[in-house]
Design a protein around this ligand. Structure first.
Ligand SMILES: [Zn+2]
Length: 67
């Protein structure tokens, strides 16, 4: 099985992605202290892009952050 390695943009831990996983796929960082949601921005070479966690719940419970 061919895998490609690239570091997580948030914690720099190398993450292995199998060759059949295409660009645009979402993955979660394997580092449990990080757990960032990442998008595969490019293949060959593999590059990750951080996907910000949706703020829906935070916004609903902390409306003052919009004031
Ligand atoms: Zn990470």
């Amino acid at each position: 099985m061919t895998v490609e390695l690239a570091p997580c943009p948030m914690c720099r831990q190398p993450l292995a992605i199998q060759a059949y996983v295409s660009a645009e796929a979402r993955v979660v960082c394997a580092n449990e202290r990080c757990g960032a949601t990442l998008r595969i921005a490019a293949r060959r070479p593999l590059r990750f892009e951080h996907v910000p966690t949706p703020q829906t719940f935070t916004a609903a419970s902390r409306p003052e952050s919009y004031g």
